[in-house]
Design a protein around this ligand. Structure first.
Ligand code: GLA
Length: 712
């Protein structure tokens, strides 16, 4: 559109109505696409031909704006490094209330096509976007940058981003907010298999400065990719203007991952899911709704109360010890017993993490009657049974590695071990079959098992695949993700009734792409309840609580009632040595299970309302959040005092209720059965009718609210 007086015909405007917001692209007279609208009214933007500048819709290296980093950079078959795209056509396909749109462009000088693909989900307001590239040049082309989206925002001086980065294992979801300054800020992750231990693939952008739960522009963006990811934020100030232009590029991390694309084949980038909302509360409503509709398996099924043995036994157990724990799990009222790592390995028994991975036969020294005896023990106590697997990995000390040393991911050097293990290469056909077969065999050998924890405990450090030729080694980073997803897809199809937890050294794989074949993820190995409140707060911006597994453990040595209250605000379970608990502690566990029975449907399927933040402001010593039934007839609120209070507690304003309804109020700190606090209207509760009660560090209150039926 730059410097042209020719108004493009409106049919050349591509308008995307994302549901409450959207964007418009328009082609100039030469067919170059520009972003002419973005935001709440973005789909209705008028194409202002008098404007002298519009940003490129998706900048290419050598395109109209040569001064800024591109979202697409390609070396063509003849060595040309620039790409200039022209609109060819727009394909639109209705999908019920939604549509799928493909904006098809061609290079002006090469036989190369780029499609900008969009699927709407208007019920939530989350847009899915990705790009596709194919060509018929005389030889392969190389894709150096291939961002899935690259919109531009007009931002104020205090444009703010929040990233969710950890310092690695046990530090997922650390919340960091910062003001953007001119230049390019890159937020990336590496590690291939568990990159989200470094940084979750989600970003909050507040283009006009910090917002709150209810007001202000918030853009949320999630890269639905099970590999390395990258956000790049290029902020260019405007001359003589307080504002600036911010380009957000998001997609797979191209570092070391240039993709060699043969003629006649198609490169498909990861999908990026994003939305523009008013206030952070709406952002979470949207992501939760979209995650339930388009991502999670069996979203309406209430998840079980799980007892896991990992932190109580680690690798050191036998049948008697496990049956003892199953007994206790039944005693406290759980639904499912999950047997973790250490149950397998024959010639190389899995007594620690140095041996056995890859050999998925039960260790008869520990389990003389195999897994069926445990499934039966659980069944007799009316518990379901679940099992831990790590199908993508191998210890060098294993029969599998001795038989197939060439099955691992490695470059030409000796492979480096991480947690004493190597990653299998899913680009090898037999490896994919083997990995699917691991789950088939384990489940087949333990009929009745209805839950699997799928773990992956090392990153990729030395990229290389024997399945790829020398000049395609860098394709592995992208191809591994797709090959792994193929395995996960086959497992999900083969076992439709088995619930599957996704785990990678904790929350190393918490992305909306991989989660499509799972029911939930292990949020972090860090289960210190104080840290967990903050982790779950951050993670809950993107995922419904049903997806976030949270188990009561002894990590941090916090009071048990407090630990239970924290786990109760996500998918609840225990990873405690229930056998070692005294009667008082068991009573607390039983009480927590009783609360879970009354509230997990709300926590897992209700609407999240965040009330007091443990990550914003100066006093981060407390947190409160609630879950409200869709018809607002019931709610549960969790209040946590994490540290010694830094300031007197603010009023607890419980929002999201029916203002005209009257609610009975029951509260417990889980050290006793709690008490009634009378009743109040939804309006009064929103106005602070309930005082903050959790006054001491590491105490909590669980407040249950039930609307009293209105008299006829
Ligand atoms: C990872 C998981 C843990 C546990 C161990 C077993 O670290 O995150 O929950 O399953 O592996 O080795």
């Amino acid at each position: 559109m730059a410097n042209t007086d020719d108004a493009p015909p409106d049919q050349e405007a591509v308008r995307i109505d994302a549901g409450g917001w959207g964007w418009t692209w328009a082609a100039d007279t030469e067919g170059r696409l520009h972003q002419v609208g973005l935001g709440p009214d973005g789909a209705d933007a008028s194409v202002d031909v008098e404007a002298i500048w519009y940003p490129d819709s998706h900048p290419t290296w050598g395109g109209p704006d040569p001064y800024r980093p591109p979202g697409l950079r390609i070396t063509h078959a003849d060595g040309t490094t620039t790409t200039r795209l022209r609109l060819d056509r727009v394909d639109r396909q209705p999908l019920g209330d939604d549509e799928s749109v493909s904006v098809c462009t061609v290079d002006e000088s090469f036989d190369l096509r780029v499609r900008f693909c969009v699927t709407t989900h208007r019920a939530s307001g989350v847009l899915e976007q990705w790009i596709e590239v194919d060509h018929d040049e005389g030889g392969p082309v190389v894709l150096w940058d291939y961002d899935s989206i690259a919109p531009t925002f007009l931002v104020g001086t205090d444009a703010t981003i929040t990233q969710f980065g950890g310092a690695g294992w046990a530090d997922e979801w650390a919340w960091t907010t910062e003001r953007l300054t001119p230049g390019t800020k890159v937020l990336d992750s590496l590690g291939g298999i568990q990159p989200h231990l470094q940084r979750a693939p989600m970003l909050l952008l507040e283009p006009n400065g910090p917002t709150d739960e209810h007001a202000g522009d918030v853009v949320g963006c999630s890269i639905a990719w099970g590999g390395n990811t990258r956000f790049a934020l290029d902020l260019r100030p405007r001359a003589n203007d307080d504002r600036g232009d911010l380009r957000l590029r998001a997609g797979a991390n191209p570092l070391g991952a240039q993709y060699v694309l043969d003629p006649g084949t198609t490169f498909v980038s990861p999908t990026v899911a994003w939305t523009w909302s008013t206030g952070r509360g709406q952002l979470s409503d949207r992501f939760h709704r979209w995650t339930r509709s388009r991502v999670l398996r069996d979203p309406d099924r209430t998840r079980p109360i799980v007892v896991n043995n990992w932190e109580s036994t680690f690798f050191d157990f036998d049948e008697q010890r496990i049956v003892g724990l199953i007994d206790r799990a039944a005693d406290v009222g759980a639904d499912l017993f999950l047997l973790d790592d250490g149950w397998f390995g024959t010639t190389s028994p899995r007594d620690d993490d140095t041996a056995g991975l890859g050999d998925w036969e039960p260790d008869r020294r520990k389990l003389p009657r195999g897994l069926p005896a445990l499934v039966e023990a659980a069944g007799e106590r009316h518990l379901r049974f679940g099992i831990w697997v790590e199908p993508e990995m191998v210890n060098p000390d294993s029969d599998l590695f001795r038989a197939h040393p060439d099955w691992v991911i490695r470059d030409r050097r000796a492979p480096r071990e991480h947690r004493n293990q190597l990653a299998l290469d899913p680009l090898i056909d037999e490896v994919r079959d083997f990995e699917v077969g691991v789950v088939d065999r384990v489940l087949g050998g333990a009929p009745g098992t209805s839950y699997v924890k799928w773990d992956a405990n090392r990153p990729v450090t030395d990229p290389g695949s024997s399945a790829l030729p020398a000049d395609r080694q860098s394709n592995a980073w992208v191809d591994w993700v797709r090959a792994t997803w193929e395995v996960m897809h086959r497992v999900a199809e083969g076992h439709p009734d088995v619930e599957v937890m996704l785990c990678a050294s904790g929350g190393g794989r918490t992305d909306h792409g991989t989660l499509r074949w799972f029911h939930e993820f292990w949020t972090s190995d860090n289960t210190d309840p104080v840290t967990r409140v903050r982790m779950q707060w951050a993670c809950g911006h993107w995922f419904p609580a049903s997806a976030m597994a949270a188990h009561v453990t002894s990590w941090g040595a916090r009071p048990l009632p407090f630990a239970c209250a924290v786990a109760l605000s996500a998918r609840f379970g225990f990873d405690l040595d229930l056998d070692a608990l005294d009667d008082d502690a068991l009573t607390v566990c039983r009480r927590a299970v009783a609360v879970a029975r009354r509230t997990q449907d709300l926590v897992q399927h209700g609407r999240l309302v965040r009330l007091v933040s443990p990550v914003d402001g100066t006093d981060r010593s407390r947190a409160a959040l609630g879950f409200v039934a869709p018809d607002r007839s019931r709610a549960v609120v969790f209040c946590y005092q994490l540290d010694d209070p830094l300031s007197p507690p603010a009023e607890l304003r419980i929002t999201g209720l029916d203002p005209d309804g009257t609610y009975t109020i029951d509260a417990t700190d889980l050290s006793d059965d709690g008490r009634s606090l009378g009743a109040a209207s939804g309006a009064a509760l929103a106005d602070g009718a309930v005082a903050w009660m959790a006054d001491e560090a590491t105490t909590a209150r669980v407040i249950e609210l039930t609307r009293v039926a209105a008299p006829d």
